[in-house]
Design a protein around this ligand. Structure first.
Ligand SMILES: Cc1cc2nc3c(=O)[nH]c(=O)nc-3n(C[C@H](O)[C@H](O)[C@H](O)COP(=O)(O)OP(=O)(O)OC[C@H]3O[C@@H](n4cnc5c(N)ncnc54)[C@H](O)[C@@H]3O)c2cc1C
Length: 441
């Protein structure tokens, strides 16, 4: 292909999840033409809208934090809003950090500059023994001194034990935070990655630990608006267009779909890790990246929606559980027109995976009833099991780089190299990074 034709060819982005759409917005903003090819009917991938019982809900409850700087920046770009201009964004609810665990006093950030906002939260948690609260403050200060870095990775369990973070503080603070952020159980979760989340979330600016809950579905929060943003700048977004094969031809790429073939100057492959080898295996220079992906393992996330009578209500949008099959319970009435709709979340692997959906929903209902008391039977329920929700963020986990052995062919996705665990922020950062590589070529 001639240089002139190659220069006019778009950057092809395969996969319209948060990573792919972040790449698309970044390239479109810089004046590059992009063509996004998405297999599904809807954009968003593992964070997408799902229709249930006449309602538009999500494939899983997602929560963001104030430290998700790139995700929030790009949400602002596509919504035309300004971050922090108001605490309540049209797309999400932004709340000061508060960890409410069933039966425990909530840990609430104090309205003070960092780090006093969190020291206050710990000191105010009166159901925790004073000795544990002081030990937690010492732990955070020690981690600050070593800049939240470890010379060698270890498990979160080992890190907590080494710093005397056992007992109730582990149960109601560190373990729920670890499983929520890394989707990996404490005994095998990477302490290095956990400390990055603590560094940015808990020890960063006061608003970095803010909890951000979408008020619109996850496709509407970013990917759908990103598609409009791209289209307004001459780009194209094709849904229901699975890519079957990618060929490297004469310094360009041919992307073969069922009804069309796209010629592109660059490819950003933004599919989930378990789909990557199938599309990259026939290309040269991909052995290392494919080897890296094949070494990853995955963790599930189950979401159990239960529709109760509208009078059923939690005082706060989310409630954590300790020693229970459920990890978190969300009251969707706080974030949308869904009175009586509760969403229970079970992260990572566990015994719940052996239960059929009917039994699991019954178990979750009884668990909620024990805590809330006097609950009627739900009107309907739905279990959504995302079996490979994220990669297992284990000790020493190695993630493939965005740059591959093939020039102008990049990998984007939450599983690619980065400081963050498998999250929206990891996906978005990787997409932005790939876009910058393509722009710099
Ligand atoms: C239930 C659940 C709860 C979660 N909770 C949180 C949370 O609270 N906070 C948080 O930050 N993160 C959370 N995550 C993780 C977060 O959703 C992911 O990290 C993120 O969505 C990954 O985005 P991605 O773009 O890397 O990949 P994906 O979202 O998987 O996007 C890849 C896209 O590629 C498409 N694709 C695949 N094959 C092809 C093909 N052949 N041709 C074209 N397109 C193709 C797919 O359809 C998909 O749209 C959760 C995940 C799940 C499943």
């Amino acid at each position: 292909m001639s240089g002139a034709r190659l220069a006019g060819a778009p950057v092809a982005i395969v996969g319209g999840g948060y990573a792919g759409m972040a790449a698309a917005v970044t390239l479109a903003a810089a004046g590059r033409t992009v063509h996004v090819l998405e297999a599904g009917r809807r954009l968003g991938g593992r964070a997408r809208a799902t229709d249930l019982q006449d309602l538009t809900l999500d494939n899983g409850q997602h929560i963001l934090i104030g430290a998700y700087a790139e995700t929030l920046r790009l949400i602002d770009t596509v919504w035309g809003t300004r971050q922090n201009a108001r605490r309540t964004h049209p797309g999400y609810l932004r709340l000061p950090f508060e960890l409410s665990m069933a039966g425990e006093a909530p840990l609430r950030a104090w309205p003070l500059p960092a780090p006093f906002h969190l020291l206050g939260a710990l000191l105010g948690a009166r159901t925790l023994p004073l000795r544990e609260r002081l030990a937690a403050i010492r732990f955070i200060r020690q981690m600050q001194r070593c800049r939240f870095r470890l010379p060698e990775d270890a498990s979160v369990g080992a890190l907590l034990a080494r710093h005397g973070q056992l007992g109730k503080i582990a149960e109601i603070l560190w373990e729920p935070l670890c499983v929520a952020a890394l989707n990996t159980p404490v005994p095998s979760a990477s302490a290095r990655v956990f400390l990055t989340v603590l560094r940015d979330g808990l020890a960063g600016h006061r608003t970095a630990c803010d909890l951000i809950l979408p008020r619109v579905d996850l496709s509407a929060l970013f990917p759908d608006r990103a598609a409009q943003y791209v289209a307004a700048r001459g780009g194209e977004v094709s849904v229901s267009t699975p890519v079957r094969r990618i060929e490297a031809v004469d310094g360009a790429f041919r992307i073969l779909c069922d009804r069309q073939t796209v010629t592109a100057s660059h490819v950003i492959l933004a599919v989930p890790p378990y789909r990557m080898p199938g599309l990259a295996a026939t290309l040269p220079g991909m052995d290392e990246a494919i080897g890296g992906v094949r070494a990853l393992s995955f963790e599930p996330i189950y979401t159990i929606y239960l529709q109760y009578a509208p009078s059923v209500h939690l005082p706060r949008p989310m409630l954590g559980f300790v020693g229970s099959p459920i990890h978190w319970l969300f009251d969707r009435a706080h974030t949308g027109p869904h009175p009586g709709l509760l969403a229970a979340v079970i992260s990572a692997r566990g015994a719940h995976e052996t239960l059929d959906h009917e039994t699991l929903a019954g178990l979750v209902h009884r668990e909620i009833a024990t805590h809330l008391g006097g609950l009627p039977q739900p009107r309907w329920h739905k279990v959504i099991a995302e079996k490979r929700a994220t990669f297992s963020c284990t000790v020493g986990v190695r993630r493939p780089a965005q740059e591959t052995g093939l020039p102008r062919f990049y990998l984007a996705g939450d599983y690619t190299a980065g400081e963050y665990p498998g999250t929206l922020e990891a996906a978005v950062r990787s997409g932005v990074q790939c876009a910058h590589h393509a722009l710099n070529d």
